[in-house]
Design a protein around this ligand. Structure first.
Ligand code: ATP
Length: 311
């Protein structure tokens, strides 16, 4: 059986003459968290809305569990960026109502809703009205609402916006648990450090096109340049083949001249009898890659349509 639970193929969307999405394809697999990244206006929300059939693509298709999206919507849950609970609605009642709409028996819905409310620290708010809850609390309630019908796929648009660090951690744990259970999660986020910690793979959009795709490590390695990160106890001046030394808080970054290999530098450090605490090929954090993408310092690789960093 294939692991692919969602397949987006050549999604294209125009708003009048403006092309918001241009031939975007990717897959989502069982048991993974996929990060949907990209600058403001890149097309992330447009993509998510197409995946749940809120808007239709002008071209391309979405298949869920091997079926057209229209036939498999119940396997998906979507947590949109702009959230809203009916202000006067009581929390438990609202959750049970929405779960029933999705075919969950009332008793089951109530039991699961209570369990989730306890787990997410909202046990004392079961009878509260939505308007009595803070923004972050309401967000957690909506996440619970998305989970009660036990979907296979969860699409989350900026799920951490407005959450404090503790609640962020709680939601991260929930996401990891769901992954462990074999659910597939697609997460749109601007928080690159979080994408790095949480996502197995990422896709990055820019101006409506897919510009990067791969595991977090693959993407970071693809962008690694001729530089090393080293931690040593003494100053590193006058190393042969090093064009620049940039000091960081915990070590320094060495930019090598083009003919020099990392092995040669390591050999020289050993030869000088310098104690090396850390020595690695520098792989930039996603944040740095994101900024390169967003600022446009990328060149298009015509062979696969994806982009790579300009040397
Ligand atoms: P953000 O990170 O700011 O939420 P995003 O990546 O989610 O951005 P989208 O909301 O998908 O971006 O928008 C992609 C582009 O399509 C933007 O240029 C936006 O202005 C445009 N757009 C989105 N919805 C509409 C609409 N209903 N009518 C016209 N243009 C739209």
């Amino acid at each position: 059986m294939t692991d692919i639970v969602l397949e987006a193929t050549r999604l294209t969307k125009n708003y009048n003459s403006f092309r918001a999405l241009d031939g975007v394809s990717f897959v989502l697999r069982r048991g993974e968290i996929l990060g949907l990244l990209g600058p403001n206006g890149a097309g992330k929300t447009t993509t998510l809305r197409m995946l749940v059939d809120i808007i239709r693509p002008d071209e391309g298709s979405v298949r869920v569990m091997g079926k057209p999206i229209e036939e498999a919507k119940d396997r998906l849950a979507y947590l949109p960026e702009e959230r809203g609970l009916y202000p006067k609605g009581r929390i438990l009642e609202t959750l049970v109502y929405f779960a029933e709409l999705k075919g969950v028996a009332r008793k089951v819905a109530e039991l699961k809703a209570r369990e989730w409310l306890e787990r997410l620290g909202l046990g004392q708010h079961i009878k509260s009205r939505a308007e009595q809850l803070s923004k972050g609390m309401q967000q957690k309630v909506q996440l619970i609402g998305a989970l009660l019908h036990d979907p296979d796929i969860l699409l989350l648009d900026e799920p951490f916006s407005g959450l404090d660090p503790l609640n962020t951690q709680i939601i991260e744990e929930v996401m990891k648990d769901l992954r462990k259970q074999g659910k597939a999660l697609l997460l749109s986020t601007h928080l690159m450090h979080q994408a790095e910690d949480l996502c197995d793979r990422v896709v990055m959009l820019n101006h409506g096109r897919l510009v990067l795709e791969g595991s977090v490590l693959e993407v970071r390695q693809r962008f690694s340049d001729q530089s090393l990160f080293v931690e040593v106890d003494e100053p590193l001046d006058g190393l042969h083949g090093v064009a620049e030394v940039r000091r960081h808080e915990r070590g320094c970054r060495l930019f090598l001249q083009s003919h020099v290999t990392p092995q040669q530098i390591l050999a020289e450090l050993v030869h000088r009898n310098i104690t090396v605490r850390r020595f690695e090929i520098y792989t930039p954090p996603l944040e740095e890659i994101f900024i390169k993408v967003a600022s446009g310092s990328l060149s298009t690789d015509s062979s696969n349509g994806l982009t790579s960093v300009a040397p």
